[in-house]
Write a protein that binds this ligand. Structure first.
Ligand code: SAM
Ligand code: SF4
Length: 328
């Protein structure tokens, strides 16, 4: 398994397959976002090449993300090519679920194991305002379709945003009483220098506050044992609940010391740390006949020079990339 300069074992590759999306969540993407031209996106065959090399180096965990990955018309080919690589242990996808009523069964058959679904509120009006163009009913249908297709455990991701959904966390947490889902609350992270970054700073809500809101209603949460140190989510249960409540707190409780991630952007760059600019191009090698050895050399270098951690508290983040280009 490849280790970085700080001894962290890096075995998890998150692949953004597209930077476009059918929504425009306020903290993620400006209304007039620029998208990379389709020809610049890695093809299914190129993604498979990278995954084969990653597995040969010891990567075991893979996630497809975006933008909104279901906007790729060749998504099923991407999934089946990735799933066909021996050694791909875990293959998951992050999505807003809108396309899942049509796609969930096909994705499962293609080899996808599970999905994380982004849903910020159970209040239709809040969803419309915060996930702009989002529709609660459509997302909910998508979640149920994923569950029925066996893309489980269902994990919901909610980004807590002051003035939008910070009070809706209670109803989201309540879902875990009757459903064996993981409902995870994510702290806002500013990426880039534009309106999304400004909003993410201004409307930041600490997970300390979110947990307090939930405990005010349900009483003290029971902390669950951390079985995987690289899991970014600190997990809890409401006493007697079927599901899990997770807190992902990159700002109030950074987990950089246990980071096991490498990212691949839709336009073919290894992005070394979500909240830093550092990237290494792999697309040029893929398109200029660089074989597995060349790809491996680039990936090993990407691991070797991965930054120690983020510098959000010093006011530093990415300068160019936004979340929809990196996939979370
Ligand atoms: N479209 C898919 C979705 O929304 O799940 C996949 C891509 S999206 C960029 C991945 C995750 O990033 C989402 O779950 C969303 O909650 C999270 N996200 C987007 N912008 C964020 C921000 N500024 N801070 C924290 N999380 C963010
Ligand atoms: Fe689209 Fe996901 Fe970003 Fe929302 S968070 S705009 S659904 S990519």
């Amino acid at each position: 398994m490849p280790k970085d300069a700080f001894g962290r074992e890096i075995d998890y590759l998150r692949i953004s397959v597209i930077d476009a999306c059918n929504l425009r969540c306020v903290y993620c993407m400006p209304i007039n976002a620029y998208f990379a031209p389709l020809r610049s996106l890695l093809t299914p065959a190129e993604i498979e090449q990278v995954v084969r090399v990653a597995v040969s180096l010891g990567f075991r965990k893979f996630r497809i993300t975006g933008g909104e990955p279901t906007l790729r018309s060749d998504l099923l080919e991407i999934v089946s090519r990735m799933a066909s690589v021996e050694g791909v242990g875990d293959l998951a996808m992050t999505t807003n679920a809108i396309a899942l009523p049509k796609l969930a069964v096909k994705l499962k058959q293609a080899g996808l194991k599970r999905v994380n679904v982004h849903l910020d509120s159970l209040n239709p009006e809040t969803v419309r305002q915060q996930m702009r163009w989002g529709n609660l009913e459509e997302i909910w249908e998508g979640i149920l379709a994923a569950e029925e297709a066996g893309l489980v455990p269902i994990k919901l991701n909610s980004v807590v945003t002051a003035g939008f959904n910070e009070n809706d966390v209670v109803e989201l947490a309540r879902l875990t009483l009757e459903r064996d889902w993981h409902v995870r609350f994510i702290e806002l992270m500013p990426l880039g220098t534009g309106e999304c970054a400004r909003l993410s700073i201004q409307r930041y809500v600490s997970n300390i506050e979110t947990r307090r809101r939930i405990e005010q209603v349900f009483g003290p949460l029971i902390e669950l044992e951390q079985t995987n140190p690289a899991d970014e989510s600190r997990n809890y249960k409401i006493p007697g609940a079927k599901g899990v409540i997770g807190f992902i707190s990159p700002v109030s409780q950074p987990y950089c010391g246990n980071c096991n991630r490498m990212r691949l952007t839709a336009d073919g760059k290894f992005h070394l740390c979500l909240l830093n600019d550092d990237e290494l191009d792999v697309k040029a090698a893929l398109r200029n006949g660089g074989g597995p050895e060349k790809i491996a050399e680039i990936l090993l270098k990407a691991v070797a020079i991965k930054p120690t951690g983020h510098r959000l508290l010093q006011g530093r983040s990415t300068t160019e990339r936004l979340m929809h280009q990196l996939g979370g």
